[in-house]
Write a protein that binds this ligand. Structure first.
Ligand code: SAM
Length: 254
């Protein structure tokens, strides 16, 4: 007999609790157990009831605290025990969130899954930079891409496709690969002076943004990113000249 309560995969957004949906806030408040990513901070976890069990299953680059199989097992165990389970993920669960593995594992036990979307890091970064991710006539495509590669493997990306001049690239997990990304895009034909914006800890009190050119991507990224979550936006749409006011440009330009 499958449990009647679904497991909720909930998008926590980029970090600012005010960027949670009202539904996410309600689900967090109603949960009996929350399995959360490392990028979900205390300001959001504080919305849970004091008696709610909080289980960190965070994965940060190079420091996997629990592997995906363990997370799948924990989710299923909690659901089968009849608990109200929330799996709280940074940003939107559908973007580089490994949701499908969790859904498939839970399905093998007949456990239903529901998803509450969240604001993804690219949307939040564009908002912080007073920019748009698309631009009429100039940026007709938006590509979400991860530069994360399995240990020892090369980044398997189609550089020619990504170098198309009318594309905005939102690169997740791209901090370490920034030098390769800049070089490979330029080698594939993307203009060296293409605008880039690097956004660190978007929406959090220690948010940092920097803008510049594609040929300086590695330098700019190293300048501001430390070990914190970093998103790379590449394309004319994020140029500081396109949308920001003079005052806002001063705040975010290098
Ligand atoms: C495993 S992916 C998860 C993405 C998430 N599902 C989303 O929709 O934003 C983690 C990566 O998202 C990006 N990211 C998430 N939160 C961020 C933030 N607040 N500021 C900058 N980048 C962020 C970083 O590139 C980070 O390495």
């Amino acid at each position: 007999m499958p449990p009647s309560e679904p497991v909720w995969l909930v998008g926590a957004g980029p970090g600012d609790p005010e960027l949670l949906t009202r539904k996410a806030e309600r689900l967090i408040a109603e949960a009996e157990i929350i399995f959360h990513d490392a990028l979900v901070g205390p300001a959001i976890l504080d919305l849970a009831r004091p008696q709610t069990e909080l289980v960190g299953v965070g994965k940060r680059s190079g420091r996997h605290s629990k592997d995906q199989d363990d997370i799948n097992v924990l989710l299923a165990e909690a659901a089968l025990a009849g608990k109200k389970v929330v799996r709280l993920k940074g940003g939107d669960p559908s973007i580089f969130g490994r949701s499908t593995e969790e859904i498939e594992h839970l399905a093998t036990f007949g456990i239903p899954v529901r998803i509450c979307p969240g604001i993804t890091a690219a949307s939040a970064a564009a908002a912080s930079g007073i920019a748009s991710l698309t631009l009429r006539g100039l940026a007709r495509r938006l590509t979400f891409v991860t530069a994360h590669a399995r240990k020892g493997e090369a980044i398997g990306l189609d550089w020619t496709a990504l170098a198309a001049p009318d594309t905005t690239l939102a690169v997740y997990m791209g901090r370490a690969a920034a030098p390769t990304i800049g070089q490979r895009l330029i080698a594939a034909g993307r203009a060296a002076d293409t605008s880039v914006m690097i956004a660190v800890n978007v929406s959090l009190p220690n948010e940092r943004l920097i803008r510049g050119r594609l040929d300086a991507l590695a330098f700019l990224t190293a300048t501001i990113s430390d070990d914190d979550p970093t998103l790379l936006l590449i394309g004319e749409a994020v140029s500081s000249n396109k949308a920001a006011t003079a005052e806002q440009r001063e705040r975010v330009s290098c």
